[in-house]
Structures are given as structure tokens and as C-alpha cells.
Design a protein around this ligand. Structure first.
Ligand SMILES: Cc1cc2nc3c(=O)[nH]c(=O)nc-3n(C[C@H](O)[C@H](O)[C@H](O)COP(=O)(O)O)c2cc1C
Length: 260
């Protein structure tokens, strides 16, 4: 059993999400022996796609950029489970992970008509057998508000086929690196560890488990107040840098006001 973790956090090993991912892996290992490899994208050479379609024309199936993407893709196809571990950035994937996903274009064919239901579904036909399961583990700064992950879900439903992936999305993420909230966070990590064991046993997560691991750690109002306090500054501290910005916008032709 081979598990490949693609760590898309720019914080690398210090990532809050990786705390969830490690707990999940501990649970998984408690049921089934497995070989785990963690690829930390921030330490790899991942160039953005050039949009040249060289992987469909000049060298079909092979990207023109010679960086680390191809070797990671090979490991992906050789895995049984691929875990994307990432923070939510602007309601979506952090840019390095997004770049990695875009660079998967050589693994699909250019021909639209090869895709099942191509008149209805956008997307190109995958060229290789996908024998790995996909799991998304992510955390975000807000408490779990249903809409925050809409674009991530939409993207992976298209990539993996509707519901073709499993997800663990946890809110209040910054609490996982604070000592004052350790007790509740450790309890949540234990629940995620049990989720890992369940996934190893059944290949899925029950709705009860999902409800447990995505429940609020604190009442939203309390969390919002703690989070605001946690920055250690006030809105007035922003003003120092606003003047220069507003002047520069004005120089570009528009006078705008600060509204918060
Ligand atoms: C550029 C940027 C964009 C972010 N966008 C969101 C967002 O859209 N929604 C949210 O709830 N949190 C957002 N966050 C907060 C992160 O998801 C949060 O800090 C997370 O705990 C970081 O996880 P990591 O340590 O695994 O990188 C953002 C953080 C950054 C730096």
C-alpha cells in the first residue's frame, strides 16, 4: 500500500494542514502497514504551465518544461492513495498546488471526443488508468462555512468525476498552531486519527465521521473574537501603509477612499 502526500502549503513541514494529515496517516497505519512519501511542493521546482500545448503537439504526452512535475506525476500514478494536503487560499488551491494540477495536462489527451459524454462534460479524456484514490485534506482560517470550499469541490468533481474523491475540510485552522487551544485541537486530531483508521478499513468516511471532524471547535463568535485578537494589531495600524497606496492609485487616475 503506497500513499503519496502532496503537501501544497507554502509553510512546508510547519503547515497546519500537515498536522491533520499526519494524524490521518497515524490512524491509517494503525490498521494497514503502508509506505508513505511526502512531497513538499515548496521545496520542488514547479514551474507554471506555459499554455503552449507542447504536451499535445510537439511532444504529445510530455511537457516541454523539465522540472520536478514529471517525477511527482509518475509517483502519483504508482500510488494507491494520493492525499492533497493544502490550506485554502482565496477559496481555492494555493498557487503552487494549482500550478502542479495544471501541469497534469500531458496525462490527458487533446481529443475532446474521447471524453465520455463530451457534449455535456467539459474536459479531456484521461490517457492512463487511475488506480489511486484521491483524498483532499485541507484547513482554512474561517470556521467551516459551507461555501468556502465550493470551487475546490467543483474542480475535483471535474477532475476525479463526481464524488470521485474523499474530503476532510477543517475550519479554524490557525488554532492548530496555538498553545492556548491545544486541548481542543488535540481532541480534533484524535478524531482525524480515527478517521484515518476508518478510511484504511473501508476506503471511505461515514457521514457521522465527517460531521465530527468538521464540527466547529469553538462557537463562531468566540472564534472570530479570538482570531481578531490573535493578530496583535488594530485597523489603525493599517493606515500607515494606506496613504502611499491611495496616492499611487490616484496617480493612475482614480481617487478612492478607505472604507475600513
Ligand atoms: C493568501 C491567503 C489566502 C487565504 N485565503 C483563505 C480563504 O479564502 N478562506 C479561509 O478560510 N482562509 C484563508 N486563508 C487562511 C489559511 O487557509 C489558514 O491560515 C491555514 O491555517 C493555513 O494552513 P497551512 O499552515 O497548512 O498553510 C488564507 C491565507 C492566506 C495566506
Amino acid at each position: 500500500m503506497k500513499i503519496l502526500v502532496i503537501n501544497g502549503s507554502p509553510r512546508g513541514d510547519k503547515s497546519n494542514t500537515m498536522k491533520l494529515t499526519r494524524a490521518f496517516l497515524d490512524g491509517y497505519r494503525s490498521v494497514t502497514p503502508c509506505e508513505v512519501e511526502v512531497i513538499t511542493l515548496k521545496d520542488k521546482r514547479i514551474e507554471p504551465c506555459l499554455g503552449c500545448f507542447g504536451c499535445w503537439t510537439g511532444s504529445p504526452g510530455k511537457c516541454v518544461i523539465n522540472d520536478d512535475v514529471r517525477s511527482i506525476s509518475i509517483k502519483m500514478f504508482a500510488s494507491d492513495v494520493v492525499i492533497y494536503s493544502f490550506p485554502l487560499f482565496y477559496y481555492s488551491l494555493p498557487s503552487r498546488l494549482k500550478a502542479f494540477v495544471e501541469r497534469q495536462l500531458p496525462t490527458v489527451a487533446s481529443f475532446m471526443t474521447g471524453q465520455k459524454n463530451y457534449l455535456v462534460n467539459g474536459g479531456h479524456p484521461p490517457r492512463f488508468e487511475v488506480t489511486f484514490k484521491t483524498l483532499l485534506i485541507s484547513n482554512c482560517g474561517f470556521y467551516p462555512i459551507a461555501k468556502s470550499y465550493d470551487s475546490v469541490r467543483a474542480q475535483f468533481n471535474m477532475i476525479c468525476g463526481d464524488g470521485g474523491y474523499e474530503e476532510i475540510f477543517v475550519g479554524e485552522g490557525e488554532l492548530f498552531c496555538k498553545t492556548i487551544t491545544k486541548r481542543r485541537c488535540d481532541a480534533r486530531l484524535e478524531e482525524i486519527r480515527l478517521a484515518g483508521a476508518e478510511y484504511a478499513q473501508s476506503g471511505a468516511l461515514s457521514p457521522e465521521t465527517k460531521a465530527k471532524i468538521t464540527a466547529n471547535l469553538y462557537p463562531p463568535d468566540m472564534y472570530a473574537a479570538m482570531a481578531d485578537e490573535g493578530w496583535g494589531n488594530t485597523i489603525e495600524d493599517y493606515r500607515a501603509n494606506d496613504e502611499e497606496f491611495l496616492k499611487a492609485v490616484e496617480k493612475e487616475g482614480k481617487k478612492i477612499k478607505t472604507i475600513y
